[in-house]
Design a protein around this ligand. Structure first.
Ligand code: PHE
Ligand code: FE
Length: 286
């Protein structure tokens, strides 16, 4: 998916074993995590808990609480699965890492979230170019406790299967990137984070809200699907939604004609600002 990047050298681990199944799922093998792996989770969890107070949106924080993910240990997917199913009908399946687009979309379209099992090493606390269990479980799953967001993710999976057939994955991937991974939301209390790529990063959780460097632009579907993104550094532009209904409504129509329009437009660099943009903050170089 959007996060496709080459992985750094990793110690071989039971949690990165390749799947022999067509849907790429594996067993989480919870009993095989070492004390050090649980400790890395614990460190990451504590850091984000304190940084996200007053920065993450209420829906995310409520999701963390209601799911019952805690600092003690890497969660057992089976236990979370029960809570999540009850709340929104989503389930969690374990995978060794990134899976092919079609497989990823098929899982989402069926309300299954593919979660990576392995955890980063202690020397990678701040930065990892691929999803691990902390990003996937702490970053993504809490939002799936929210009914509107849960429906959005399923619709995205269905839309992905269609976009593949239309050769429009680049456009759709940008939408995922700027919403699911790096989305901000304007609340009555101020700007808040809902993007999973941000909530699982200590540095970006502060930067995305408090730095004067990045642009913060009002969400516009076509604009987002034209905008390239960077995978190697903090974002230089964030798109801000007003509420999750706005996102859900904007993405409800059939995208087929949108893709036709987009194929005639050149992609925009992430730093570009257009005259028609709703600029909440214009980035200043630092
Ligand atoms: N409605 C979109 C389509 O027809 C599917 C979609 C829904 C895409 C939600 C993204 C998010 O392709
Ligand atoms: Fe992700």
């Amino acid at each position: 998916m959007a996060e496709t990047v080459s992985a750094g050298a990793q110690a071989p681990s039971a949690h990165r074993a390749q799947s022999s199944r067509a849907d790429f799922t594996i067993e989480q093998n919870w009993g095989a995590y070492s004390a050090e792996e649980h400790a890395v989770w614990s460190t990451l969890f504590h850091r984000q808990q304190s940084v996200l107070r007053g920065r993450a949106c209420a829906e995310f924080l409520a999701g963390v609480r209601e799911l019952g993910v805690v600092a003690d240990a890497i969660p057992d997917f089976q236990k979370l699965d029960g809570v999540l199913r009850q709340a929104t009908g989503w389930s969690i399946v374990a995978v060794p890492g990134l899976v092919p687009d079609a497989v990823f979309f098929e899982h989402l379209a069926n309300r299954r979230f593919p979660a990576t099992c392995f955890i980063r090493r202690r020397d990678q606390l701040d930065y990892l170019q691929e999803p691990d269990v902390f990003h996937d479980i702490f970053g993504h799953v809490p939002m799936l406790m929210n009914p509107v967001f849960a429906d959005y993710m399923q619709a995205y999976g269905q839309g992905g299967l269609k976009a593949r057939g239309l050769g429009a994955l680049d456009h759709l991937a940008r939408l995922y990137w700027y919403t699911v991974e790096f989305g901000l939301i304007a609340t009555s209390e101020g700007l808040r984070i809902y993007g999973s790529g941000i909530v699982s990063s200590k540095g970006e959780s502060v930067y995305c809200l408090e730095s004067s460097r990045p642009n913060r632009l009002g969400f516009d579907l076509m604009r987002v699907m034209r905008t390239r993104y960077r995978i190697d550094d903090f974002q230089t532009t964030y798109f801000v939604i007003r509420d999750f209904d706005e996102l859900f409504k904007a993405t409800r129509p059939d995208f087929t004609p949108y893709y036709a329009t987009l194929s005639g437009l050149s992609p925009l660099d992430p730093e570009t600002i257009l005259p028609e943009d709703r600029v909440l903050h214009r980035g200043k170089p630092i």
